[in-house]
Each structure stands twice: as C-alpha cells, then as structure tokens.
Design a protein around this ligand. Structure first.
Ligand code: UD1
Length: 420
C-alpha cells in the first residue's frame, strides 16, 4: 500500500493551481443522468472518487468518453440499469447522489444504502423522506433502497430538519424533472450546490435560489441543451494549501480559485498572523518567518467554517502560540486525527465534540495512519512542520480528495515522496 514520507521543516514557497472541486464534480456527474443529450464536463479533478463515479455510471450503461485534460463527455441515453451496487457505494457514500436523478428520469432506482462511516453515522433519511413526499415509493430491502414512481415525481413543499449538502443536491435533482414546483426550505447553501444548479440550469432546468436557504425548482419535462461545463474549483484543496503555507511559515500563491469561496477560512488564517492578498482568481498568503497564533474554530454549514477544514486547523494549532478551542458541530466523530497528532507530540484534550489544543514548540516525526480524507490532510500538514521524518500510511484516503498532493507540495519546496 502506498505511503507518504515527509521530512519536515521546509517553509513552502511558490505557486500552484487549484483543481476542480470533488464535491461539485460528484453531484454534477450524477446529474448527467438527467440529460437527454450528451454533455461535456471540464476541469474534472483526477481523484479516486471520480474514478469510482465513472465506474458507477459505466456499469449502469452510461457512455463516457475521456477527452484531454480531465474533460469528459457523458451520455446517459445508453443507460441499461438503474442500479448502484454495495461494492461501489461502500467505497464512496456520495454514490447515493444517483438516487434522485435515476428516480426522476427513469422512474426507478435500486441503490445500496451507504453504511456508517468513519466520521459519524451519516444517515440519508432526509433524502428518502423528501423523495417520498414527491410521490416516490421507497422501501429498504436487503440493504438496498428500492425506489419507484409511477409517472413523473410530483413537486412538493419540503423542509429539511437538518442542513444537508448531498441531501439538498439529491432533492434538487429529483425535482428538476418533476411535475410542478418544488420548494426546498432550510437548504444547504454551499457553493457546490450553486455549481450543480448552474449546470442543471444551463441544461434547461428551472432552479432559483441556489446559494440561499430556500431553493425553488419548477419541474421541466426534459433537459436537452448541448453544453460544455467547467467544474468549480476546490475551496477545501485551496484552504488546505493555504494552511500548509501558514503552518510552515512560508509564502504561497494559489491560482484558479475565487477568494469569495473561502471567506471564513481566510478570516481565521489572518487571525493566525498570515498576510493574505486576494485577487480575482488567486490568493497569496505570506507567513514568512512567523509562528502562527492559536485560533478557535466552530464548524458550521456554509458560509460558516467548513468541517472539511477542521482537521487541518487542528494541525495548525498544534504548533501555534497559545491555546485554541475547536468545536465540531456537523459530524459526531470527526476527531480521529487527534490520536495520530498526539503521537507526533501534540497537546490535545478531547472533550466530546470539542478539542482543546495547546501549541507546542515543535512536533516530532512519527509513523501515523490516515483514517479519513481530511484527517489525512492534517497529518500531511503536521509532517511538513515536524522535526524528523513522518511516514503516513493508508494514503488512499488522501487520493480520494487531493489531486497529486505530493507533486503539488514538491513544487512548493516540500521534502515529500510517495513510496509504493
Ligand atoms: C457533504 C460533503 C462533505 C462535507 C459535508 C458537510 C460531498 C460529497 N460531501 O457530505 O465533504 O463534510 O457535506 O459539509 O459533498 N444528515 C442527516 N440526515 C440526512 C443527511 C444528513 O441527519 O439525510 C446529517 C449528517 O449525519 C450530518 C449533517 O446532516 O450530521 C450534515 O451532513 P451532510 O451535509 O448531509 O453531509 P454530506 O452531504 O454527506
């Protein structure tokens, strides 16, 4: 199994380009199931989760033609089965995103229920309840969701008890071809939802309010526009590299990213002492020669501080001056990086959904284990600043969400290598 070996201590310097967002690419690839014409999608990141999605669509019979530079043409008209097997869903929970489009366009879906997950229970009840309210008949049978509707789904007035990102996306996709108007109240407001809505609207859908907590969808009978759509850039990848520059006392410019996607993260990085300059589609962070100051964070749905950046900020606080309080409000078990960071000398107290991090002078390199995607990123950041060598095992978690991480870090001057 691949490992990353990092010799810490190099301040990161230089410029890198941010890739397309995993969390925008996954729903948009699922949404291609709704289109009556082949669609072209560009700026797709080269990630394991994308490969899994291509495999998932491919085994449904969808035709996918790869073009240059992670651009692909997807044609769902060749679909032969509305089936998402456990073998794929268990490796990627976001596979549940095919439920809405399959039901909406083809009137049926047989999709494995995702099980529990490393960071929490992560139920999909809100996805199911929403589609039931739109007239779907959904049963759970042998670990699978067996969903059907006779004729088109019906528009409905929906209220989400909890703000859910993929739940909002699944319900938007279900509603796009429904008969009548659907209103999603208490919808998630993440930029990736706006990207999905923009994609669907270009195809011919009628979605208003994406990016606010009330989304209205006027159902249309088909989506027939010919489009080529570039995926939004990855704000979590961007935030991770900015945090890497901060923790190492470096100076880094990231390009191909709109700063407004990252406001809550930029505010917190500035509080650590980083000087940050934002331009149209790039951000420069200068932390040269400085030790970061500790910063408290509380995770929250967008536009709050993203849970997907919590682990990286935990790593940052381990070597900061002072003490920080980190509160995780989205997932109940998203602190598995604590034990690994403690093995590197971090001083962290874990109390329920809160961690108190007291900055130490230095971390020391160790053999550590990646446990989930963002926890793995926090270990990379810790390794970049630790004295001695850090070996990170099970890095397939990182490859799910970071495109060529060791190549990008090498470009920035890190001493990092992948060992197969
Ligand atoms: C998405 C992101 C993930 C991010 C998360 C929160 C993708 C592919 N993944 O995950 O990177 O960490 O948003 O920003 O976009 N919940 C329910 N019932 C449901 C659905 C969710 O109770 O039916 C709860 C979850 O257990 C969790 C909370 O709602 O506590 C938020 O989860 P949700 O927004 O759904 O996360 P994902 O969409 O799975």
């Amino acid at each position: 199994m691949d490992k990353l070996i990092i010799q810490g201590g190099n301040p990161l310097q230089g410029q890198i380009a941010i890739s397309g967002a995993k969390n925008a690419a996954l729903p948009i690839l699922a949404a291609t199931l709704l289109a009556k014409t082949p669609v072209v999608i560009a700026n797709i990141p080269h990630l394991h989760d994308i490969t899994t999605t291509i495999e998932l669509l491919g085994q449904m019979g969808v035709s996918i033609v790869m073009r240059d530079n992670m651009c692909m043409q997807v044609d769902a008209n060749t679909l032969t089965q509305c089936y998402a097997p456990y073998e794929l869903v268990k490796t990627m929970r976001a596979s549940i995103l095919v439920l809405g489009p399959l039901l909406s366009r083809f009137g049926e879906a047989y999709v494995s229920l995702p099980g529990g997950c490393a960071i929490g229970t992560r139920p999909v009840d809100l996805h199911i309840n929403g589609m039931r309210a739109m007239g779907a008949d959904i049963e759970i049978e042998n670990g699978y969701l067996k969903a059907r509707c006779s004729g088109r789904l019906k528009g409905a007035d929906l209220h989400l008890d909890t703000i859910t990102v993929t739940g909002t996306e699944n319900l938007i996709m279900a509603a796009v071809l429904a008969d009548g108007k659907t209103v999603i109240n208490n919808a998630a407001r993440e930029p990736e939802i706006v990207d999905l809505a923009n994609f669907l609207n270009q195809l011919g859908a009628k979605i208003a309010g994406a990016g606010t907590s009330i989304i209205t969808i006027d159902g249309v009978s088909e989506l027939t526009n010919n489009i080529e759509y570039p995926i939004l850039s990855d704000r979590i990848e961007a935030g991770t590299y900015l945090t890497a520059a901060t923790i190492t006392g470096g100076k880094v410019t990231i390009t191909n990213i709109s700063p407004h996607l990252l406001e809550s993260v930029v505010v917190k990085l500035r509080q650590t002492g980083a000087e940050i300059t934002c331009e149209d589609d790039q951000i420069t962070l200068d932390m040269t020669g400085k030790r970061p100051k500790a910063v408290d964070i509380v995770t929250a749905p967008f536009p709050g501080f993203p849970t997907d950046m919590q682990a990286q900020f935990m790593a940052l606080n381990t070597i900061a001056k002072g003490q920080a309080r980190i509160e995780e409000t989205i997932f109940e078990n998203r602190f598995m990086h604590i034990q690994e960071l403690q093995r590197m000398g971090a001083d962290i107290q874990h109390l329920g959904n809160t961690a108190i991090v007291t900055g130490v002078d230095h971390l020391s390199g160790a053999c550590v284990m990646a446990t989930d995607l963002r926890a793995s990123a926090s270990l990379v950041l810790a390794g970049l600043v630790a004295k001695e060598k850090t070996t990170i095992e099970r890095i397939y978690h990182i490859d799910r969400g970071y495109e060529r991480i060791e190549e990008k870090l090498l470009l920035l001057g890190a001493d990092i290598k992948r060992v197969v």
